[in-house]
Design a protein around this ligand. Structure first.
Ligand code: TXA
Ligand code: MG
Length: 326
């Protein structure tokens, strides 16, 4: 059932369900999450079952207050505190050394735990009413695209989730940036906070998992499997318009491009979907998964995705598009 997140009564009901060990889908500023009480192992198991997600892929804990951190992590370093002050509440997930209270189901047996405080008002209110850390992966089937509307959650998970709290279209439309601060700060997943913003706060360039060997990156963050975020339709990711042109010759193909300028240059007879007519990366990010879902429903033979500019949010958009290839 979909219930409006603007009704307090619905949020109170959702909080009761979470406390009892049921799962509830809810909006955040990034994408919709599938939440469960982090202190209830049976509830956590439901998440993996519903998503058909392997337990080797760890979950993010969602809090409403920094005071909740104390029992969950071993320490909050000055770097962590600086980043929290700048980006929380917001779409930055930080990796801490975990305390004994954090279940191995959440961390996939790692000795670290991923945590964030979301910025979305409905999410924050729900977390407050629940009073517990809530583990929440994106509310989609494993390796599928994250849902950015309540309807998309319903299409992904159907009646396997009793309650979906509706908060409209997610503001950023891309998942949170995952940053490890265990050693030197390192981005494990590009996301809704651009790397440049984090570098500005820290005052120096940061490492990204892309610069590591694939295997060690996988061990650092098992969720960084290369195939992910994918529509059902086969998708090819092209770095240049020239590459894209080769694929556009066949019938029933659809291209997805950044802006009107790219569309014009491509000059194709095939349908071309534009992420942001005037070339705004924020708008493109917000539209990415809804547009891909719309295209998927039309069942083309192939989606040809063309790289957006590689800066700011563009790195996260290109990361998702390259991982959607199959
Ligand atoms: O925006 C988001 O982050 C959304 C909303 C619902 O908050 N959640 C989300 O969760 O995208 P999920 O489970 O789809 O992705 C979590 C990512 C995975 O790539 C996982 O590998 C990584 O976080 N992760 C979780 N715990 C980790 C840990 N201890 N060390 C390294 N990476 C971790
Ligand atoms: Mg996910």
């Amino acid at each position: 059932m979909i219930a409006s997140g603007l009704e307090n009564e619905n949020l109170r009901y959702a909080a009761e369900l979470l406390k009892k060990g049921e799962v509830v889908a809810f909006p955040t500023e990034t994408v919709y999450g599938l939440g469960a009480n982090a202190f209830n192992e049976d509830a956590l198991k439901k998440i993996f079952k519903i998503k058909a997600r392997p337990t080797s892929d760890p979950l993010i804990l969602h809090l409403y207050s920094e005071t909740q951190l104390r029992e969950l992590v071993l320490e909050v370093s000055p770097t962590a505190q600086k980043l929290m002050n700048s980006f929380w509440p917001g779409p930055l997930t930080l990796i801490f050394k975990k305390s004994k209270k954090v279940s191995d189901l959440i961390t996939a047996g790692l000795d670290t735990v991923a945590i964030r405080i979301p910025k979305n008002e409905i999410a924050l209110e729900l977390l407050k009413l629940t009073g517990l850390p809530v583990a929440a992966p994106s509310a989609n089937k494993f390796q599928s695209m994250s849902p950015t509307t309540a309807q998309a959650v319903l299409e992904e998970l159907g009646d396997q989730v009793g309650l979906i709290i509706d908060g409209g279209l997610c503001e950023s439309g891309l998942e949170s940036t995952v940053l490890s601060i265990i050693d030197e700060p390192e981005i494990l997943r590009f996301g809704a906070i651009p790397a440049e913003d984090i570098e500005m706060v820290l005052g120096h360039p940061i490492k990204t998992a892309n610069t590591r060997a694939q295997e060690s990156a996988r061990q650092m963050s098992p969720g960084l499997l290369s195939f992910h975020y994918a529509p059902r339709t086969r998708l090819v990711f092209c770095r240049t318009l020239e590459d894209a042109r080769e694929h556009l010759t066949a019938e029933n193909n659809v291209a997805i491009v950044f802006d009107n300028q790219q569309k014009k240059t491509l000059n194709s007879d095939q349908p071309v979907v534009v992420l942001s007519p005037l070339g705004d990366l924020k708008e493109a990010a917000q539209n990415l998964f809804i547009k891909l879902r719309q295209i998927d429903k039309q069942k083309p033979s192939l989606i040809i995705a063309i790289a957006v500019p590689t800066q700011g949010l563009g790195r996260a958009i290109n990361d998702r598009l390259s991982k959607a290839q199959h």
